[in-house]
Structures are given as structure tokens and as C-alpha cells.
Design a protein around this ligand. Structure first.
Ligand code: BGC
Length: 389
């Protein structure tokens, strides 16, 4: 009898402890909503390139729990988690779960594109009278640096001190005549995640021969969080009154066109989907929005664009020193790619806001120059800022 009482007591103590533990576990807030007190940088393996090179994924976390992940391949931002209006952290960029996804043809998800972001007509340009020929990798035109642009190369990554958060320095040495561009070019991009929920990018480049440079970030954003639907309900503002119109192969005509009374007027917030199927000739040529807008002043940092997603409340602002911004509404996404978490990326499931010099500038002397000379430093800055409304 005594033995039985001891046994019953023992079992009930064990059970009550187990229940307490379970209670504690269920009371834990979901990991993705916890605000971490201290910013951090961690590094983990992300797979191997076909040549055996090891790719790592670096995770930057700020003190609010906002998290940005980047890999050596293409300087690709593979994940960016920001809070919605209830503080729930979700991923707001398109991409893949593994390196393999990025190694099969993909439309520049999350990458830095260069040496020349966007198009150069027929892949030809002249410097000091000498003609250079680049790959015609897009409908007879040159796009995003060619067959093996900066999005498909290995970038060295190191942690660097940051005055306003955590930062990584990404560097790449592009060889003279790589993809047809003259000059050995040293490129650097510093990705900073500030405690103010900003992703700040500082680009720098130097060359040993006269060349052209126009690098930009090609992340596809979808502020619904974990890509729940297309981006047509996102409300966009573009701080611009002029468009860079294009011809049928998406090369600028050279004209700058007033946006007044056109579907390209985003000076007041408008849903991206509201006019995207308009009969306007430029909309038809782009298959939606795939154009560069002229930004007011050239060199200083200014607000260029903002996007608001009403259901999640996420609000993103884009600041830049660049003279233009390419707004691409994901018109070429067609459901043939399956991304993170098995989500199928259908038509217009992501949008890009690529801060840049205008497309085909090397062939348009009237556009701001993209020429870099030895002894000069190419230096631009872009910041994506995340809040909620
Ligand atoms: C271009 C689009 C192109 C896309 C590739 C954008 O920057 O403007 O025309 O299809 O990149 O993903």
C-alpha cells in the first residue's frame, strides 16, 4: 500500500512538471515575432557552386528582429523579413530555398546586376571612338551585364563595423574585357541593416581604364508577406514627373516624356493594377510597367518611391542618389518558377524598384553619364526603408 502511494505521488509530480513545461512552451511567442535586443551577424553554409566553391548565407538581424539574408553568389538577398502592422515578421522578397534555384535560369531575383544594369541597344557602345561589343542576351539587346553578369559571380563577403546597425562588405573584381567591358573594375557594395529598419546599400567602383558602370539591386518585393498574391493592389508613389519612353525592344527613344494624364503618373499614390492594362502605347510596349522614371535632382539622397500594401500595412520607401528608377511590375513572371516554401511565382507576383542611370545611356549623350575614368570613384547610395501604416 505504502509503495502504491509513493508511486502515485511520483507519477503525479512528473505529470504536473510535464504540464508546466508544455504550458511554458505554448506561452512562448512565435519565434518570428520576437524582438531581439541586440543586432547580430551570423554565417552558415548555403551549398557549392559547380566549380566547388562554397557559398555561405549571411544573416543580418537588427535589434527589432528585422532580418536580411545574403549569399556570396550574385550578392543575392535571399530573404528579407520585416514586420507587418501587427508586428509579424514575414519574408517580402522573391527567391529560392536553396542555391540550386539560383543556378537554374532565374530573372535576377535579389541580385546585384552589372556591370551595366538594364539595357544597352544592340549591345554596342563607343568610348573615345572605340566600339565595344557586348552580349546581345535579350531580344538582340544587352541586358543586366550579359551572359555572366554580376548576378552570376562569386562575391567576397566580410563583416564590417557600422555606425548605425550591422553591415557586410561585398566585393568583386571584374576583369578587363569581362563580358566585353573595358577595364579591371573593383566593385564594392556595403549592405547595412540599420536599427531603424533600413536596408542601406553603398556602391563603389574604381577602374584602371575608361569604362561604363551602372550597378543596381534587383530584388523583387511583395509586401503581402511570404508572397500571398500578386502586387497589383500595392499602392505606388514615384517622385517623378518624367518617363524615359522606350521602343519595341525596350530601348529608350531618347525623349523624356511628361507623365501628366498617362498611366505613368504616380505622383499621387495609385494601385499598381489600376492602369496596368491601359491602351497607352508605352504600357503595351512594356507589357505593363517596365520603364525608367527620371528623378528630380541628381547627386543627393532623395525619396524616389514608396510602396504600401494595405492588408499587411507594410510600407517601403526608396531613397537614392541615382538620377533614375526602373519600376518593373514582374510582367515576365508566368508561373513557371516555384520559389521559397513552394510558392508559385505567377504573373506580377513581385515588383522591382531598381535605382539606376537611364537604360542605354552609353548611346545617349544627352542622358547623365555612366562613364568612369581611372582615378575616379563611382559612388552611389540607395536605401530601402520599412515601416507600417
Ligand atoms: C528589366 C526587365 C527584365 C527584368 C528581368 C528588369 O530590370 O527592366 O525588362 O525583364 O529586369 O528580370
Amino acid at each position: 500500500m505504502r509503495k502504491l502511494i509513493v508511486y502515485i505521488l511520483f507519477v503525479s509530480v512528473i505529470m504536473s512538471q510535464a504540464c508546466k513545461k508544455k504550458e511554458e512552451e505554448t506561452q512562448q511567442p512565435a519565434a518570428d515575432t520576437v524582438a531581439v535586443a541586440k543586432a547580430s551577424v551570423t554565417k552558415a553554409p548555403f551549398g557549392k557552386l559547380p566549380d566547388g566553391q562554397e557559398v555561405s548565407v549571411y544573416t543580418l538581424k537588427n535589434k527589432n528582429g528585422v532580418e536580411l539574408q545574403v549569399i556570396n553568389y550574385g550578392a543575392i538577398v535571399t530573404s528579407l523579413k520585416t514586420p507587418d502592422k501587427n508586428g509579424v515578421l514575414e519574408d517580402i522578397v522573391l527567391g529560392f530555398d536553396s542555391l540550386q534555384g539560383y543556378l537554374t535560369p532565374a530573372p535576377y531575383f535579389g541580385a546585384i546586376v552589372g556591370r551595366y544594369g538594364n539595357r544597352i541597344g544592340k549591345g554596342k557602345f563607343k568610348l573615345d571612338g572605340k566600339e565595344y561589343t557586348l552580349a546581345q542576351n535579350n531580344n538582340g539587346q544587352h541586358l543586366h551585364g550579359g551572359l555572366k553578369g554580376f548576378d552570376k559571380v562569386f562575391w567576397n563577403i566580410e563583416e564590417v563595423p557600422a555606425s548605425e546597425g550591422v553591415a557586410l562588405k561585398l566585393t568583386y573584381q571584374s576583369k578587363d574585357m569581362e563580358e566585353g567591358y573595358p577595364g579591371n573594375l573593383s566593385v564594392e557594395a556595403i549592405y547595412t541593416l540599420t536599427d531603424n529598419n533600413e536596408w542601406k546599400i553603398d556602391y563603389k567602383a574604381t577602374t584602371d581604364k575608361k569604362t561604363i558602370v551602372n550597378v543596381t539591386q534587383h530584388s523583387y518585393f511583395n509586401l503581402t508577406g511570404n508572397v500571398k498574391r500578386d502586387i497589383l493592389d500595392h499602392q505606388l508613389v514615384l517622385q517623378s514627373d518624367k518617363l524615359v519612353p522606350v521602343d519595341k525592344v525596350l530601348i529608350p527613344t531618347g525623349e523624356l516624356k511628361d507623365v501628366t494624364n498617362t498611366p505613368f503618373d504616380f505622383r499621387n499614390a495609385a494601385a499598381i493594377g489600376a492602369r496596368i492594362n491601359d491602351k497607352d502605347q508605352q504600357i503595351q510596349l512594356g507589357g505593363g510597367y517596365d520603364h525608367c522614371w527620371v528623378l528630380s535632382s541628381k547627386d543627393s539622397v532623395k525619396l524616389a518611391a514608396s510602396v504600401y500594401e494595405p492588408v499587411s500595412g507594410r510600407y517601403m520607401e526608396v531613397y537614392t542618389t541615382e538620377p533614375g528608377i526602373q519600376f518593373y511590375s514582374g510582367n515576365f513572371l508566368d508561373g513557371s518558377l516555384t520559389g521559397k516554401g513552394g510558392v508559385v511565382y505567377k504573373h506580377r507576383y513581385g515588383l522591382c524598384l531598381e535605382t539606376e542611370h537611364f537604360p542605354d545611356s552609353p548611346n545617349k549623350p544627352e542622358f547623365p553619364s555612366v562613364v568612369l575614368n581611372p582615378g575616379e570613384t563611382y559612388s552611389t547610395q540607395t536605401t530601402y526603408k520599412f515601416t507600417t501604416k
